[in-house]
Design a protein around this ligand. Structure first.
Ligand code: SAH
Ligand code: SF4
Ligand code: F3S
Length: 483
């Protein structure tokens, strides 16, 4: 097995803290000279793991004395955290990066760093190096902790830097973090993936699985809970294999043990986790969820396809029968559980019959919600080389059929919530519905409700009055004024 350094040694982190300090002096001098503060903007594409990484980037920028802005045109430092999971995500990041040319012309002191999954691929690294000369540096997923050094080098006249290679390890403890919310927090439990599903780029851009030590995870959770956090989402590409890369944990401490330990931390909070691979989601995990009152009744269990033939070609290592068995066990042990999934339409070789099998499994499973994706060939993955690619027309048609079916199911499920009362964590004012507040149930259902007082970050009790396919509408019963 490939040996990797799991943690970046503390002396290297100390070096980076040193760079942050040096950048801070430069930034404060510049700010003084021009009479206004230096500003940074972090732009994030992709999944929650990237959101979590971006909170580290913001923490680093703040520590260096930059002040946050949300529009790139106002910034002196732009950090873009990219995604590579589908072509669309890459094209978007590239097109946005293209627009920075004008910003750099207007402000030659602007520093642009592009990081994350997209630039962890050599071909994208080369594209940017050659075609985007105004990009100052690239940092792959394992190089995020060295961003202070890269910025320092550029600020002191160093050359452009391209750090896309996969470093020895990418768990960096002790970096500053600026969390976007006070009431909910991402907590990464592991990085990387060993599964190599044949369509997926993630193992190539995030490297092999590396688990954080439980002490570090538990300490982070205690800290955010003490700071008033009410919802923790544990992150990893496959949280169910937590600890399997740590020889001292194998057979002794796993994801269920971690959930159990988190459940024992004092405080009024709920815990979610994502993502689980069905092949590793064991009954013991479901038993633990059923037992632990702080673990939310919410399970994201990616199916990808309902056809055993396609699952095999995807290298998913389970069958539809096994998957449905797991789902049945979950619903038996946790009757109010909300289950969501990911499905890909138009994987190479998917026949109409295969697709019908997906539709039929979706009808049986009756998910609360699905995230469906049109298959996007990723250069470097096995499926991109398969000869039997599906036409864009078929992929799109299947995608729409799947969506129509799920919309109906989601609506029916939401209708069954009408009249019931839920504890909802309020996220703030609804973006689309002026005046309404929005929040989520423990099962992660979106709830909108009118309210006169700002309840952001608090638990409230809401009685559901009406349903939409993707949201519930309700009325406040009482506020949880104990917080
Ligand atoms: N580790 C997670 C998923 C990470 S990617 C898991 O295994 O569930 C999130 C989702 O993107 C996947 O579940 C899959 O449905 C989708 N996806 C990944 N690669 C894709 C591709 N090449 N084309 C379309 N969708 C893809
Ligand atoms: Fe990609 Fe599969 Fe790993 Fe998920 S489990 S990140 S889909 S390779
Ligand atoms: Fe995208 Fe990387 Fe996440 S490829 S989905 S940002 S792990």
């Amino acid at each position: 097995m490939e040996r990797t350094v799991r943690r970046i040694p503390q002396n290297e982190i100390q070096d980076q803290l040193g760079y942050m300090h040096k950048v801070r002096s430069i930034v404060s001098k510049k700010a003084e000279q021009r009479g206004s503060c230096m500003k940074y903007c972090v732009i994030t594409y992709g999944c929650q793991q990237n959101e979590a990484d971006s909170e580290r980037l913001s923490g680093i920028a703040e520590k260096m004395g930059y002040v946050q802005v949300y529009s790139e045109k106002d910034a002196d430092l732009i950090l873009v955290n990219t995604c590579a999971v589908r072509e669309h995500a890459e094209l978007k990041a590239l097109s946005v990066t293209g627009q920075y040319k004008h910003l750099k012309e207007a402000n030659p002191e602007l520093i642009v760093g592009i990081g994350g999954c997209m630039v962890s691929q050599q071909r994208r690294c080369d594209d940017i190096k050659n075609s985007y000369p105004y990009v100052d540096f690239l940092f792959g997923t394992s190089m995020l902790y060295r961003v202070p050094e890269f910025i320092y080098k550029r600020l002191t006249g160093g050359k452009r830097g391209f750090y896309s290679e996969f470093g020895a390890g990418c768990i960096a403890e002790g970096l500053p973090v600026k969390r976007e919310h006070k009431h909910k927090a991402w907590v990464s439990v592991m990085n990387g993936c060993n599964n190599f599903c044949t369509y997926c780029i993630v193992p190539y851009v995030r490297g092999r699985e590396r688990s954080r030590y439980k002490e570090d995870i538990l300490e982070e959770i205690r800290t955010v809970v003490n700071d008033g956090c009410h919802e923790i989402t544990l992150l990893g590409q496959n949280v169910n294999s937590y600890g399997l890369d740590l020889p001292e944990y194998v057979g002794k401490y796993d994801f269920s043990s971690l959930l159990q330990d988190i459940n024992e931390i004092d405080g009024d909070f709920i815990v979610r986790f994502m993502t689980s691979h069905p092949k590793d989601a064991k009954k013991e995990l479901i038993d633990t969820m059923a037992r632990c009152e702080k673990i939310a009744p919410h399970f994201h269990l990616p199916l990808q396809s309902g056809s055993d033939e396609i699952l095999k070609r995807m290298n998913r290592k389970y069958t539809s029968e096994y998957y449905l068995g797991l789902l049945a066990y979950m619903r038996e042990k946790i009757p109010d559980i909300c289950v969501t999934t990911d499905i890909i339409t138009g994987f190479p070789g998917e026949t109409e019959e295969d697709f019908e099998k997906t539709l039929s499994l979706v009808s049986i499973a009756r998910y609360d919600m699905i995230y469906s994706f049109i298959y996007s060939p990723r250069p470097g993955t096995p499926a991109a080389e398969y000869g039997d690619q599906i036409s864009a027309e078929d992929k799109n048609r299947r995608f729409r059929r799947l969506l129509d079916l799920q919309n109906q199911i989601s609506y029916e499920k939401n209708l069954s919530a009408v009249g019931k009362t839920y504890r909802v964590l309020c996220d703030g004012l609804s973006k689309n519905d002026g005046g309404m507040y929005t929040g989520r149930t423990a099962g992660n259902k979106l709830v909108h409700f009118p309210c006169n007082e700002d309840m952001t970050g608090r638990f409230v009790t809401v009685k559901i009055a009406a349903a939409q396919p993707y949201a519930l509408l309700g009325e406040l019963v009482q506020s949880d004024i104990s917080q």
